[in-house]
Design a protein around this ligand. Structure first.
Ligand SMILES: Nc1ncnc2c1ncn2[C@@H]1O[C@H](COP(=O)(O)OP(=O)(O)OP(=O)(O)O)[C@@H](O)[C@H]1O
Length: 470
C-alpha cells in the first residue's frame, strides 16, 4: 500500500487477470466494467486515490522548505507558500518600492530603462531582463534562555535580493560582483527558476520565464556554482548529451566535444566517470556543458574557480569570442582581474542591493581614488638615517610640486607610496616626462604610476558596508 508505483502496476495486473480468466472460461464472453470491479482492483484504485493528497502534501512541504518557509505553513489552506503574503497583482507591482533615497544614478537609470522595456515589446529585447527582483527567506533560529532553561524558536526574515533591476544586452558579458552572501547565486537561481522570487519578473530573450517557460529556457546555458553532473556518466558522454539536446547536428558532435576537451586540457579524463574526476576537471566540464551548442544566453556562476592558469586562459578566450552579436552572458566572479578582462559592464551587489553599475572604466573614474604613485629609492636599507630622511623630503617636495593634492600613504625606508587625485593629473604624458627627468636626480631606482584598480573600487563598497554595520 505504501509504494505508489506498486499500486498502479498491481491494478493493471488484477485487471489483466480478470480478462485472462474470462478468456479461459466458456461462461464468460466479454468482461464488463462490473466484472473488472473485483475487491483487489477496488482496493488498489482507492490506494492510488489516497496517495494523491499524501504526495501533494510531501511536495508542498519540500517546496515550502526550499523557499525558506516553515513546515507548519503546509497545513494552512489559505496560504500556498511563504511567497503568498508578498504576492501582489501586476498593477500594484509597479507601485511597490523599497528603493532607498540614496540610490546610485546609474542603478536608477538602469531601473528606469528596465521599466520602459518591460512595458513595450521591443524587436531586439535584452537577452536577460530582471525587473524589481526581490527575494526573502524565512530563517528559523533556536535561542536558548540560560535563566529559564527554555529554548525558543525565532523566525527571522532575511532579504537576499532587494529590488534588483537589470538588463543585459546582446553582445554583452555582465559581471555580477559582490562579497560572500551578497545575493549573486540567488539571482542566478531565480533566473534559472531553481528558486521562486518573492516578487519581481524575469525575461530571457524577451520571453517571460513564468508564462513562456519552454521558449525561455531553450535559449539558456547555465554553469552553476556547484557542479551538477551525473555520477556514472563519463565526461565525453556529458558533453555529447548536452550537444544533442542543444540541437548540434549529429556528425558535428565529436569534433565539437573534442574541441572543448582539448581546449580545457581534459582529453585524458574524457572517458572517466564524473565521480572519478577532480574538482577542477568537474568545473571545466560544467563550463563546457553550459557553452556547448552556443545557447543565446549563458549564466556563469564562478566558472573559473579551481582551474589552472592555462585552462583559465582558454575559458577567458572562449567567453571573449562567444558573446558577440546576438549572444550575452552574466558572470559572477570573485576575481577582479577576470571581471576587468571579460565584462563589458559590471554591477557590485552589497547585501542583496545593486550599489553601482557601469563599465569597469566608468566605475574606476567615478569611485576610484585616482592614481597611485609608488617609488623605490636606490640603495636604501631599512635603517632610517639622516641621509635617508633628506632623500625622502626631496622626493615629497618633488611629488607635491608635480601633483597638487597628492598625499603620502605609506613610507618605509626606500619605498614611498602616494595617492594622487584624478584632477591633479592634467596630462599623463607630462607626468611621465617629469618622472623620467627626475629619476636619476633623486636617485629613484624604479617607480610605478597606476590607475585605481577595480579591486579598490570593490573594497570601497565592502568597507562602506562595514562602517554602516558598526
Ligand atoms: N535557502 C536559503 N535559506 C535561507 N537563506 C538563504 C538561502 N539561500 C541563500 N540564503 C541567504 O541569502 C544570502 C545570499 O546568498 P547567495 O548564495 O546568493 O550569496 P552569493 O553572493 O552567491 O555568495 P557566494 O559568493 O558565497 O556564492 C545569504 O545571506 C544566504 O545566507
Amino acid at each position: 500500500m505504501t509504494n505508489t508505483m506498486y499500486l498502479s502496476y498491481a491494478m493493471i495486473y488484477y485487471i489483466q487477470r480478470v480478462y485472462i480468466m474470462c478468456n479461459n472460461s466458456y461462461a464468460c464472453v466479454e468482461p464488463t466494467l462490473v466484472d473488472y470491479m473485483t475487491t483487489e482492483v477496488v482496493v488498489m484504485f482507492v490506494g492510488i486515490l489516497l496517495h494523491i493528497p499524501f504526495w501533494f502534501f510531501i511536495i508542498r512541504v519540500v517546496d515550502i522548505k526550499k523557499n525558506g518557509g516553515r513546515v507548519r505553513d503546509a497545513l494552512k489552506l489559505t496560504s500556498v507558500n511563504t511567497e503568498d503574503k508578498y504576492k501582489i497583482n501586476e498593477e500594484d507591482f509597479n507601485e511597490v518600492s523599497d528603493i532607498g533615497d540614496n540610490e546610485d544614478q546609474d542603478v536608477k537609470a538602469e531601473r528606469l530603462k528596465v521599466k520602459s522595456l518591460m512595458n513595450c515589446h521591443s524587436v531586439n529585447p535584452p537577452v536577460v531582463m530582471v525587473d524589481k527582483l526581490h527575494k526573502e527567506y524565512l530563517r528559523e533560529e533556536t535561542k536558548v534562555c540560560d535563566i529559564c532553561c527554555k529554548s525558543e524558536t525565532e523566525v527571522e526574515l532575511k532579504v537576499a535580493i532587494k529590488s534588483l533591476s537589470l538588463a543585459v544586452d546582446a553582445g554583452e558579458v555582465f559581471g555580477l560582483l559582490g562579497h560572500n552572501g551578497a545575493g549573486k547565486t540567488t539571482t542566478m537561481k531565480i533566473i534559472t527558476a531553481e528558486e521562486a522570487p518573492t516578487r519581481g519578473r524575469v525575461q530571457i530573450g524577451g520571453e517571460n520565464i513564468t508564462s513562456n517557460m519552454n521558449s525561455a529556457y531553450r535559449l539558456l546555458g547555465y554553469c552553476p556554482q556547484h557542479d551538477a553532473l551525473w555520477k556514472n556518466i563519463t565526461v565525453r558522454e556529458h558533453l555529447e548529451c548536452y550537444a544533442s539536446i542543444r540541437g548540434v547536428p549529429y556528425d558535428q558532435i565529436p569534433k565539437l566535444v573534442n574541441m572543448y576537451l582539448s581546449g580545457l586540457q581534459i582529453q585524458e579524463h574524457a572517458d572517466k566517470r564524473a565521480s572519478q574526476c577532480s574538482g577542477g576537471t568537474r568545473r571545466k566540464l560544467s563550463f563546457a556543458m553550459a557553452m556547448v551548442g552556443n545557447p543565446k544566453v549563458v549564466l556563469l556562476d564562478e566558472p573559473s574557480t579551481g582551474m589552472d592558469p592555462r585552462s583559465k586562459r582558454f575559458l577567458w578566450d572562449t567567453i571573449l569570442a562567444s558573446f558577440q552579436g546576438s549572444r550575452g552572458a552574466i558572470l559572477t566572479t570573485h576575481s577582479m582581474e577576470e571581471a576587468d578582462a571579460l565584462c563589458s559592464r559590471v554591477g557590485i551587489m552589497v547585501k542583496g542591493e545593486l550599489r553601482c553599475l557601469g563599465s569597469t572604466q566608468h566605475l574606476k573614474n567615478l569611485y576610484g581614488a585616482g592614481y597611485t604613485l609608488e617609488m623605490k629609492l636606490r640603495g636604501g636599507d631599512s635603517t632610517p638615517t639622516s641621509d635617508c630622511r633628506d632623500r625622502h623630503s626631496a622626493l615629497k617636495e618633488f611629488v607635491s610640486n608635480l601633483f597638487m593634492d597628492a598625499t603620502l600613504q605609506e613610507s618605509f625606508a626606500d619605498r614611498l607610496v602616494f595617492s594622487v587625485p584624478q584632477q591633479s593629473v592634467p596630462s599623463l604624458a607630462k607626468c611621465f616626462m617629469q618622472l623620467e627627468k627626475t629619476k636619476s636626480e633623486l636617485d629613484i631606482e624604479e617607480y610605478s604610476f597606476s590607475q585605481t584598480t577595480l579591486e579598490q573600487v570593490f573594497l570601497k563598497f565592502a568597507h562602506e558596508d562595514e562602517i554602516h554595520e558598526d
